[in-house]
Design a protein around this ligand. Sequence first.
Ligand SMILES: O=C(O)CCC(=O)C(=O)O
Ligand SMILES: [Fe+2]
Length: 280
Amino acid sequence: MSARMTDASLKPITAAEVEQLEAQMNETGVGVLRDVISDSLLQQARGYVKAQLEQRGGQYFGLRGPEWIAQSPLDTVFRSEAFATVLTSLYEKAMGTQPPSDRILPVIRVVAGTLGLRHSNLFHYDSFVVTALVPIVIPSRPDELPGHLVMYPNLRKVRRRAVVNIAEKLFVESATARRLWRSPWLQHRLGAQIVKLEPGNIYFFWGMRSLHANQACLAESVRSTVLFHFGDPHEKSVFKQYSRRLSELRTRRIAGKEHRARDRRYAAVEGELPRANPDN
Ligand SMILES: O=C(O)CCC(=O)C(=O)O
Ligand SMILES: [Fe+2]
């Protein structure tokens, strides 16, 4: 039997545990709180993912902001005092200042279908200093690919100036650079970590400093994670709008490519099949 709690909220996390998390994040890239999400909460969250995925035709989707989580079982984690305290302490330890606000940005990602393949291996830095990752569904059958988290830990310092951050992201997150980051050779040379995610745990890392992405899963598999982003030191910058727009455009471009690819696949299949009825 695991030591998971049976109620849905997080138990208080001691100052010593937060210190240990910080040390792990600095040394290996990832700090782990083990067995803190109960089995019953995981089951409820999986039910939510399944229902949402059915509504979206079984393809990748991502939702950001407080609205989706308010309608989901994970709201208890989002609202947990203990969780907010950990995020705030980690930010303060890293930056030596108070966070610009107490806003936590919750994001759910469901990697599934052919669109899920396009959303994998997209190496990036987060716009927030602290990232907490809660795995909900991780493919675990022997014939599946689990979609591990791959991370180049603490590759850079936090950029104090938003414009420097944006310029760097343009370069590091370009299509060419991303091809390099996903190369196993480079990952080995630069000491990238392959993080095997286990539901029940929460994984913390310095999202703004650590280049990261999920590995691909099979199109038939479902992989779902919830991210909690905290502490954007550039929150008030005028350049911020530009970088948000850029990220939206990139997401839209991925969706557009997928639609065109699907149209081409259907056209190819239609071309191959003898058409019994030329009207359909
Ligand atoms: O789903 C994952 O494993 C990582 C997602 C991520 O890095 C993000 O949404 O910022
Ligand atoms: Fe990220």
